[in-house]
Structure formats: C-alpha cells, structure tokens
Design a protein around this ligand. Structure first.
Ligand SMILES: [Zn+2]
Length: 395
C-alpha cells in the first residue's frame, strides 16, 4: 500500500477506535512508540519517568535558557490521548507542553524555574520501556511522595460491554417443553450479567433491551455502536430438534457471507465520511482498497471475538457441560459489526427438559452470568486499551 493508503488505513483504524480493543490490537503492529504515562519522582534529584511501550530509538535531550527549559525529542512517538499536560507542575518544574515536531517526532518541553543538567536512560518495565530523565537539580524531600501521573483517573474511560438479551416482544425465541420462553430467560441472565459487570471498576455494561420489547437484529448492532461498545455479547438459550442436545456453546462470526454485510456497513459509513474520517475520506480509494481495509478490520475483530469467546467458554466449562469444546463460528447477523468484537452465547438448550428446568432457576442463571463475567473480565484485563481504567489498573 502506498502512502495515501497508509494514511487512509490509519484513519480507518482511528474510526474503529470506537472499538478501542480493536485499535489497541492493531496499533501494536505499527512502528509508532506510544507514551502512555508520566510521573515525577523527588529523590536526591528530580526524576521524570515516561512510560513507553518500547524504547524510542534516537531519543534526544537538550536544554535551553531564558527561560530555562528541557526539550526531549522522541522520534516516531505519539502521546496517548488521555494525557493531560496541565496537571504537571511541581518544585523545579513549572510546566509541561508537548506537540509533534517535524511531522513525526514527539517533542516534550519541560519548563523549569532553574537551570538543569539532565541525563537519561531507558529501563525495561512491565509492558514496555521507561525513559528516566534525571534533571540534575536537587529534589525536594518534602515532595518525596508526590507522584504526578498526568494520566489522571478522570481522564480514563470505562470499557463498554453491550449485553444483548436474545429475542423479545413479538419474538419469543425458542419455547421449552414446559412452555418457558427463551426471551424471558435471556433477559434474566442478561440482567444478572449487567449487575455483576456494573460492580466492576472500569467496566460499563449497557443493555440492548431491558424489557420485553422486540428489537430487530440490525438495530441491536446499531445500539451497541451508539453506546460506543467495546464488546458485544448476545445471550440465547435455543432449541434443537434433537431433544437430548445439551450444554453451553459460544459463537463468533463466520466470515462466510460477511462481505456483503460489510459492504453495506461501508456504504453507510461513507455517507458519514465527513464526520468520521476528517480530512482523509475513503472516497478517493479504489473499491479493492476499501474492501481490503474492511477485511483487515473484520479479520482483526474476529480474532478478538475468538479470543474472548475462548475465555468465556473456559468459564462456562466450570458451570456444566459444554456442547462443543471450542468456540464455534456461524453467520449470525447480530455478530456482524466489523469493528466490535462480538459473541453469541447459547447458555443451554431450552429444548432439553433438564436444561429448561435449570434455565428457570435463579441460581443457575447467576452461575451463567458469573461465568460470562469472569470470561469477559479475563479478556478485558489482558486486552484493555490505553486510556481505559482497566489498562491503568494493569500498571
Ligand atoms: Zn435464540
């Protein structure tokens, strides 16, 4: 891909940043270094710590006077969006500014109230490298405990999990031998999952439906998108012609047949391209390239879906029988967001008399909700994107 294609691809990834899990996934493959955190440590000298996902090759430091300031140039580096520079003022340091310099360098400017003779080094840290700058000016022991993380809690966001209770309203879903309706069971399990996720710091669950209403499949995807969902989980309890069929299953999308859906999605997005793509629209790109960009997004989303599906299935195995030992793939319309990792959980078979009975038990409904919560949390802890509370908690 040429340069304009690279820019367009980045733009697409930014657009898909609505699903930050996905963008985090992709950003790893880029050559950029990301600066995600900062703190000042008052030891014998004033030390500045910058957290990077890896060492910035070619980093340079120099000082300027009148007024005194330290300049740090980090090639091919970008600042995490959550960083708030104005919160950085303490002791010898008067202020902190940053911006892109000569296109690709991140330039950090530290305003000082006295001359400094800085030195720096990179040391490994969990998840990357830390740039440690010794300002060469005496620290203030009284400020020893001061740790100014410029990534403030309030600037960090929750990860949004959309919970989709299958069926509803005029669509009862499958009906059990004892006349239990799938739509009632799915809503109860969904509400239990909601309550559990809502208690978790850094996670914001949203319900696609919260009562007995009919929501078309396409509308479910749309709601998830308007809520900025990072993850979509659809809950079902379907029937099978073989009444002995039992156990939980987890589905991700099968890409067979996904491309026309994807094309429809793209058409809709293009109408909004002014808003979404900013200065680089997809308009100028060939159909082939558009399709390539979309396939890239869909494949990455699917990888994430399979990964979180695995985590959820592992937990469901602890609750009871599973129908299949691994995540299955099928062409469910509700799983077709190209940019939101999506799962469909068949909790159990309502057509199986024993399982129908269990599905009506609050204790079993809760065990299902706990299993889903644990699986989702395992995944989110591992994949939380920068700028989220869960990512910051990971340290
Ligand atoms: Zn169903």
């Amino acid at each position: 891909m040429g340069n304009s294609a690279d820019i367009a691809r980045r733009r697409l990834l930014q657009l898909l940043g609505g699903s930050a899990l996905l963008s985090a996934h992709i950003v790893k493959a880029e050559t950029d270094v990301t600066l995600s955190g900062f703190r000042m440590v008052q030891q014998d000298n004033v030390m500045l710590h910058f957290d990077l996902d890896r060492a910035a090759d070619g980093a340079k430091l120099f000082t300027l006077s009148d007024p005194d300031r330290l300049v740090i140039d980090l090639p091919n580096t970008r600042m995490a969006e959550s960083i708030q520079p104005q919160q950085f003022t303490q002791g010898a340091v008067k202020g902190f500014r940053f911006g892109m310099h000569e296109g690709e360098k991140l330039r950090l400017v530290i305003d000082l109230n006295r001359p400094a003779s800085p030195s720096f080094r990179f040391i490994p840290r969990q998840g990357g490298q830390r740039l440690i700058v010794d300002l060469g000016v005496k620290g203030n022991p009284e400020l020893m405990d001061y740790k100014a993380r410029i990534t403030e809690r309030s600037a960090l966001r929750d990860i949004v999990v959309a919970i989709d209770a299958g069926h509803g309203g005029k669509d009862p879903g499958a009906i059990g031998q004892r006349k239990s309706r799938e739509k009632d069971i799915t809503l109860k399990v969904a509400q239990r999952l909601y309550k559990r996720l809502a208690k978790q710091q850094g996670v914001k669950p949203v319900m696609i439906r919260n009562d007995d209403t009919y929501v078309p499949l396409r509308e479910r995807i749309r709601i998830a998108r308007t809520k900025n969902a990072d993850l979509f989980v659809s809950i079902h309890a379907d029937a099978f012609k073989r009444k002995a069929a039992h156990g939980s299953s987890v589905y991700a999308l099968s890409l067979k047949g996904a491309s026309s859906e994807a094309a429809a999605w793209l058409a809709q997005k293009e109408n909004e391209s002014d808003v979404l793509f900013g200065d680089v629209a997809l308009d100028g790109l060939s159909e082939d390239l558009k399709q390539t960009l979309l396939d890239l997004a869909q494949n990455t989303t699917l990888e994430a879906s399979l990964e979180v599906g695995d985590d959820v299935l592992s937990e469901l195995k602890k609750v009871g029988a599973v129908h299949k030992p691994s995540v299955e793939q099928a062409n469910f319309a509700v799983l077709k967001s190209p940019d939101i990792p999506s799962l469909l959980v068949e909790t159990a078979f309502i057509s199986n008399l024993q399982e129908e009975k269990k599905l009506n038990s609050p204790a079993f409904q809760d065990r299902l909700a706990v299993a889903m919560q644990k699986g989702i949390t395992t995944y989110l802890r591992r994949r939380a994107p920068e700028g989220t509370i869960l990512h910051a908690m990971r340290g």
